[in-house]
Design a protein around this ligand. Structure first.
Ligand SMILES: Cc1cc2nc3c(=O)[nH]c(=O)nc-3n(C[C@H](O)[C@H](O)[C@H](O)COP(=O)(O)OP(=O)(O)OC[C@H]3O[C@@H](n4cnc5c(N)ncnc54)[C@H](O)[C@@H]3O)c2cc1C
Length: 422
């Protein structure tokens, strides 16, 4: 059977229209419509990946690179949610000693090789950077513009707030960054142009199963896409799909961020900051993060709370108080980031996909052959996207993952803890 993936009846964003137009893709599926045993049993070729965040895009990229015929279904636009609004901080060994350690280490290395392959330095701001832990006190007066006495030698000059203490927690060897929106978009563009991935804008409604095996996905409006395997990478929206929510809980932790463009971009050095921030009115210290980017922009994030995930990713708006707080953090840290010295380029919020046990869910769904899930990456999805995608591609196409042992992440761990699947 020959399946021609033609333009969907739904609209495409200008970006996707551009990448779609670069190639008309014809996919030959060898899955027979007859009931005889299918060669696909051994090696699935036609894979639908649902969700155009970093996890779905990395999965689509590695699947297609390994030879699968991949359709990526995204309901809004690629990297419209957390994967476009995250910090993009990467760490080699910060997850050591925990369940994600091997995944993180493999992914950190993959980021480095992807950056070489895709010219990541130019195309998505990949760079190693130093990382500091800084304890800082909010002051009613703006920073003086010169280093305060508490600032040690490791703190660069642009950080001129009232520092209590500081220490190095990452170096060029162990910490790095990407611009997450550009990273995800660069990867999907490469996947489309070089490996024939088809991007389809549409909302996944359901997964059709026949004889205990995936058969197709159904999109809003009734469109059906036949497939030999399906990967569900819906981030915090995983909880909206009954197939997943009946097995385990994924909830959204809403977090805020702002992007500033200081006038004096040259003053800002490649130092990521993990703050212990003491507000002037007292109370518990906050833990915002500050990431200067090679573009000259400075990204500041924090202020998280569990919240209901709205259906439409484009409708996610920040709480004004949280945004104000991040602006206070920025101007406390540096005189270069205060009003009049820096332009606010974005005020935004998005949701971390979290699981009850704090461990990502990556693997085949119990009871449904060739239906896979990859979600729950919490605050490390940009770091862990590449290894998750590469491992998922191996699992789907080869039946096992060699890059990382995925057994710890299997959704089977939830069987019995919630209403069991049929
Ligand atoms: C403020 C903030 C800062 C962060 N900083 C970092 C960092 O520095 N480093 C790091 O490693 N991680 C960071 N993270 C975490 C990281 O952003 C997430 O773990 C990661 O983006 C999750 O990716 P995802 O693909 O699972 O989900 P998402 O990015 O949420 O993507 C899910 C996609 O699925 C689509 N979708 C949902 N439902 C459907 C449907 N029914 N049909 C079709 N498509 C659908 C959505 O539209 C969306 O595009 C940060 C997160 C936040 C919030």
């Amino acid at each position: 059977m020959v399946v021609v993936i033609s333009s969907p009846p739904c609209s495409l964003s200008p970006f996707l229209r551009q990448v779609r137009n670069s190639r008309t893709f014809v996919c030959t599926s060898i899955r027979s419509s007859s009931s005889s045993s299918s060669p696909m049993e051994e090696h699935p070729k036609r894979v639908v990946v649902c969700g155009g965040g970093v996890i779905g895009v990395c999965t689509a990229y590695f699947l297609a690179k390994k030879g699968a015929c991949v359709t990526l279904v995204e309901k809004s636009s690629v990297a419209c949610a957390a994967s476009g609004k995250a910090g993009g901080f990467l760490a080699l060994d910060w997850c050591d000693g925990g369940p994600v350690s091997a995944l993180a280490r493999a992914s950190f290395d993959l980021h480095r090789s992807l950056a070489q392959e895709l010219d990541g330095q130019q195309s998505y701001g990949y760079r190693p950077l130093n990382t500091l832990s800084v304890s800082i006190t909010e002051s009613p007066d703006p920073p003086s513009g010169s280093k305060s006495s508490g600032n040690s030698n490791i703190v660069p000059g642009w950080i001129d707030g009232r520092i209590r203490s500081s220490r190095t927690i990452g170096t060029f060897e162990t910490t790095a960054q990407v611009h997450p929106h550009l990273f995800t978009r660069t990867l999907i563009t490469k996947a489309v142009e070089s490996y024939g991935v088809e991007v389809m804008i549409g909302k996944l409604e359901s997964v059709e199963v026949e004889g205990g095996r995936v058969r197709s996905v159904v999109l809003e409006g009734g469109r059906v896409i036949d497939s030999d395997a399906v990967v569900l990478a819906l981030g915090p929206w995983s909880c909206k799909l009954e197939l997943l929510s009946s097995l385990f809980r994924v909830y959204g932790l809403k977090a805020h961020s702002i992007v500033l463009e200081p006038k004096e971009t040259d003053a800002i050095t490649p130092h990521a900051l993990f703050l212990s921030y003491h507000p002037s009115q007292g109370g518990k210290p906050l833990d915002p993060e500050v990431y200067p980017r090679p573009t000259g922009e400075v990204y500041v994030c924090g202020m998280s709370a569990e919240a209901e995930v709205p259906d439409d990713p484009e409708q996610i708006a920040g709480n004004p108080e949280s945004i104000q707080m991040l602006k206070r953090v920025a101007r406390t840290v540096s005189s270069h980031l205060g009003e009049g010295e820096a332009q606010v380029k974005a005020e935004q919020a998005c949701f971390l996909p979290c699981t009850d046990d704090g461990v990502p869910v990556i693997g085949e769904i119990p009871g449904i052959q060739r239906c896979y899930v990859a979600t729950g990456h919490s605050c490390w999805g940009i770091l862990n996207g590449p290894a998750t995608g590469a491992a998922m591609a191996e699992l789907v196409l080869d039946g096992h993952a060699s890059i990382v042992d995925l057994s710890r992440f299997s959704p089977a761990r939830f069987v019995g803890s919630k209403k069991a699947l049929v």
